[in-house]
Design a protein around this ligand. Sequence first.
Ligand code: DX5
Ligand code: ZN
Length: 220
Amino acid sequence: MTKPIIAPSILASDFANLQRDTEMVNNSEADWFHVDIMDGVFVPNISYGLPVTQALHKHATKPLDVHLMIVQPEKYLEDFKNAGAEILTVHYEACPHLHRTIEQIKSLGCKAGVALNPATPVSVLEDIIHDCDLVLIMSVNPGFGGQKFIYHTIEKVAKLKALITKKNANTIIEIDGGVNLETAQLLINAGADALVAGSFVYSSKNPVETISNLKNLQVT
Ligand code: DX5
Ligand code: ZN
């Protein structure tokens, strides 16, 4: 049985101790660092940007999974690639020429992800699923960590899984927002391959153990 990919979101880390919190992830069973970039326009919050991503990359021993919650992401793809991104995920809702943006990400040598807000149906990706290395289903409205999980997204994961199977595509299903052991189990059962977890990991007593508990969940 393949284990889920675990991507702790550094949004929930202590930025004054970023190196310490990065080492924690390095020394855990986590697979990727999830890096949340917010511009205060696409989402109602500002997080951090290129300098923090570069600093993280200096210490991280695992791939950076960069989630761009910004308008006109195509303007900054190369900068984030140069800052260390291996996966670049843009929002469907922010890209009028999504296919072109995906091609641009791939031409940089990165894996291309597309994120869907809770109100955006999976069906919008029907004609483009083959081009997506990853689809990120938002299980909260993007902009903040620590929000309540939106349960209808479990059904979206199942629908996406069915679409990927029907089209014989090779796309990773990632889920982001409100992930804890209980929601993670439901998501894995529905077909999720990769779990982002912010506050659940960083606010736990033993983050390394929490990551391990997520990593060792199995389809039931
Ligand atoms: C929300 C971000 C998430 C966030 C998840 O806009 O995209 O990655 O950090 O945080 P939790 O796991 O606390 O919901
Ligand atoms: Zn995210």
